[in-house]
Design a protein around this ligand. Structure first.
Ligand code: DP6
Length: 342
C-alpha cells in the first residue's frame, strides 16, 4: 500500500493570496507577433496603479477531489466557458510544477469591472503570483512577468511597481517587464473619466489579432521606438509636458489602427470626445497641465501631477457625459497577503 494514502496528508491544501495593481499604459501594447505566446509587436510602458487592484486566492486541491478548476470573480461563480482563460493559465502552472490537481480561485476587484481599468492586468498578475506561490514554485519576478504575459499581455507589467517597461523580447522567456522607476519617483495621477460602463463589444484579446489588418499598424510600430525613448526620458526627468504630448499621440495612433482594421473597431462614444476636447481646452486656455490616454474602450484616463488632481476631478465631474470619476496614484508591485502550506 502506498504510504501516501495512509500517512497523514500534511499538504492537502496549498493556498496563497496575492494582491496586484492594474496599470495604465503610456505607450500602448496593441497587436501580437505570436498569439499563442502573446508576444507583442512592440515594447510598451505603463504606470502600476495603487488604488485599483485585484486580490486573488488560489487553493490547489492536492487531494484530487475537485474535477475542474473553480473560479469566482467579484462574488460570481464563472461557468466553465467564462472560466476557460483562467483554467488555461492554471494549466501553465500545473505544467511547471508537474502536478495535475485542480484549483479553487477566488478573485475580488476593488474597482468596477467595466470601468476602463484593466482587470485582466491586475487579475492575471495576482493569479500568477498566488498560484505559483501556493505550488511552491520558486520563480524570479522576470519569470513571473513572462508567465503572467501568457494570461494577459498587460499583466506582465503589473508584476512590477511604479513605472514599468515590457520588453517585447524574442521568445517566451525574454518577453517580460522590468521596473524603470519606483512608484515614489513621480506622483502622477491616473484620473479615469467613466463615460460608459457598458461592457465592450470586442475584447482586447480579439482586437490584438486584428491590428495587422490595418494599413496604419506597421507605420505606428515603425515610429514607436522614438516614442519609447521620449517617454523613458520624460519619466526620468519628471517632465509632464514631454510625457503628455507623446502619450496622447500614441493613444490616438492606436485608435487609428483600431478604427482602420478589418473589421473596424470604434471604441469611442460621444462622451469620449467631449472629455478629449475638454482636456485640450483646459490645457490651451487655462494652462492646466493634463493629458489623456484611452485603452480599448470609451473611457478616458487623464494623467496629471498630484497638485492638479482636485482641480481636474472637479472639472470632470461638471462634464455632462462623465458618469463617474476614479483616481489612482502609482503603486507597488504584487503583495503576498498570506500563504499556507498545510
Ligand atoms: C489597449 O493586455 O488586455 O489596454 O493580452 O489579450 O489580455 P490581452 O490584452 P490586454 O491588452 C491591453 C491593451 C491596451 C493597451 C495596453 O494596456 O498596453
Amino acid at each position: 500500500m502506498s504510504p501516501s494514502v495512509f500517512a497523514p496528508d500534511r499538504r492537502s491544501t496549498q493556498r496563497a493570496t496575492a494582491r496586484a495593481g492594474s496599470n495604465i499604459a503610456f505607450i500602448k501594447y496593441w497587436g501580437v507577433s505570436d498569439p499563442v505566446l502573446n508576444l507583442p509587436l512592440s515594447n510598451s510602458i505603463s504606470m502600476t496603479l495603487a488604488d485599483a487592484y485585484t486580490t486573488t486566492s488560489v487553493e490547489w486541491d492536492t487531494r484530487g477531489g475537485l474535477l475542474n478548476d473553480e473560479v469566482t470573480i467579484d462574488g460570481t461563480r464563472l461557468d466553465p466557458r467564462r472560466a476557460e482563460r483562467i483554467a488555461r493559465h492554471l494549466e501553465r502552472m500545473r505544467v511547471l510544477a508537474s502536478v495535475s490537481y485542480r484549483a479553487r480561485v477566488v478573485s475580488q476587484n476593488n474597482f468596477p469591472m467595466a470601468s476602463g481599468i484593466a482587470s485582466s492586468a491586475s487579475g492575471f498578475a495576482a493569479l500568477t503570483v498566488a498560484g505559483c506561490t501556493a505550488l511552491g514554485l520558486d520563480l524570479t519576478p522576470t519569470q513571473l512577468s513572462a508567465l503572467a504575459r501568457r494570461g494577459s499581455g498587460s499583466a506582465s507589467r503589473s508584476l512590477f511597481g511604479g513605472y514599468v517597461e515590457w520588453e517585447k523580447g524574442r521568445d517566451d522567456a525574454s518577453s517580460a517587464a522590468r521596473q524603470i522607476q519606483p512608484p515614489d519617483h513621480w506622483d502622477l495621477q491616473d484620473i479615469v473619466a467613466i463615460v460608459s460602463a457598458a461592457e465592450k463589444a470586442v475584447s482586447s484579446e480579439s482586437g490584438h489579432l486584428l491590428a495587422v489588418s490595418s494599413p496604419f499598424n506597421m507605420s505606428r510600430i515603425d515610429h514607436i521606438d522614438a516614442l519609447l525613448t521620449e517617454v523613458r526620458s520624460a519619466i526620468a526627468t519628471r517632465d509632464i509636458e514631454r510625457l503628455g504630448v507623446v502619450i496622447e499621440r500614441d493613444a490616438l495612433a492606436m485608435h487609428a489602427v483600431m478604427m482602420t482594421s478589418t473589421p473596424s473597431l470604434l471604441y469611442w462614444q460621444p462622451g469620449t470626445l467631449e472629455v478629449m476636447q475638454a482636456v485640450r481646452q483646459w490645457r490651451e486656455q487655462d494652462k492646466l497641465p493634463v493629458y489623456f490616454t484611452i485603452d480599448a474602450g470609451p473611457n478616458v484616463h487623464l494623467i496629471c501631477e498630484s497638485a492638479y488632481r482636485a482641480m481636474v476631478v472637479d472639472r470632470l465631474r461638471a462634464l455632462k457625459s462623465v458618469e463617474q470619476v476614479l483616481v489612482s496614484k502609482p503603486g507597488p508591485g504584487p503583495i503576498l497577503l498570506d500563504s499556507h502550506l498545510f
